[in-house]
Design a protein around this ligand. Structure first.
Ligand code: NDP
Ligand SMILES: O=C(O)C1=N[C@H](C(=O)O)C[C@H](O)C1
Length: 239
């Protein structure tokens, strides 16, 4: 496949390496410095775009891809207030859009574990909280993955109404602590605390390889499809 990389930072580079290993061709590498190349790229030179850029850039990047008729796989976090508009544009254009806050298989297993645990904890005397730890370059907080985890708890427990980013706290919201430390690729911890004990589940990424592989597999899966998709569509009951 001819893959356009939209955003050529830490993730763009990790994705390039895996895409080449899997026999794909890189149709272009776009970042903030050569954005104008995007508009002049011939539509037929790209089979799928993989977009990992920045919160303020994702919406415009994805919109442009959909207007060009390119299927888009996006992993950028921190822009999801506009996701509904992108979903509308996808159906208007008959295009294809795939989004995940985290593309690694391990984290998608963790998402399911988190929901199962939230269901078990629904009527138990435990307070839920979350912590995410990322590298110091990360611009958004809390992480997209932590937001998905909090949303998972909300879906299982009607007492939970959302999340709050510590130090701000809101009643019936999952408090999330966002820590920035060195070059940490991504750690997420879900904690349930009672007066007598603590129960914790965690996921620790050792590198960006898992995120990058998931994004390339999603791009391969998206080819030839129409609509809005996520990891549950890709993984189904295979995990
Ligand atoms: N869903 C998932 O599994 C994962 C998601 N992410 C998310 O992916 C995003 C990127 O992460 P990461 O690669 O680490 O970040 P980086 O900062 O390393 O890379 C971002 C890249 O996007 C470029 N960029 C900035 N603005 C634009 C623009 N307008 N158009 C195109 N490119 C632009 C930057 O260019 P320049 O350097 O010149 O500013 C840079 O090359 C983040 O939102 C992060 O949270 C990260 C890992 C996994
Ligand atoms: O910015 C990152 O690095 C990461 N971002 C994603 C997020 O916000 O959840 C996924 C992963 O944790 C790495």
């Amino acid at each position: 496949m001819n893959i356009l990389l939209l955003g050529y930072g830490k993730m763009g580079k990790a994705i390039e390496q895996i895409a080449l290993e899997r026999g794909h061709h890189i149709a272009g590498k776009i970042d903030i410095n050569n954005l104008s190349e995007l508009e002049v790229l011939p539509a037929e030179s790209v089979d799928v775009a993989i977009e990992f850029s920045a919160p303020e850039a994702a919406y415009a990047n994805i919109k442009l891809c959909l207007e060009k008729g390119w299927p888009v796989v996006s992993g950028t976090t921190g822009w999801l207030d506009f996701k509904g508009e992108i979903e509308g544009l996808t159906s208007e254009k008959g295009g294809a859009f795939f989004y995940a806050s985290n593309y690694s298989i391990g984290v998608n297993l963790f998402f399911r574990l988190n929901r199962t645990l939230a269901r078990l904890m629904k009527n138990q005397p435990y307070a839920v909280s979350m912590k995410e730890i990322h590298h110091i370059h990360k611009v958004d907080a809390p992480s997209g993955t932590a937001i998905t985890l909090a949303e998972g708890v909300r879906l299982e427990n009607s007492e939970i109404q959302g999340w709050s980013l510590l130090p701000e706290q809101k009643e019936n919201h999952v408090p999330i602590l966002a820590e920035r430390d060195g070059e940490v690729p991504g750690t997420h911890i879900v904690t349930y605390q009672s007066e007598v004990d603590t129960l914790e589940i965690s996921h620790t990424a050792h590198s960006r390889q898992g995120f990058a592989l998931g994004a390339v597999v999603a791009a391969e899966w998206l080819r030839g499809k129409q609509g809005v998709f996520g990891m549950d569509d890709l993984l189904g009951n295979t995990i």
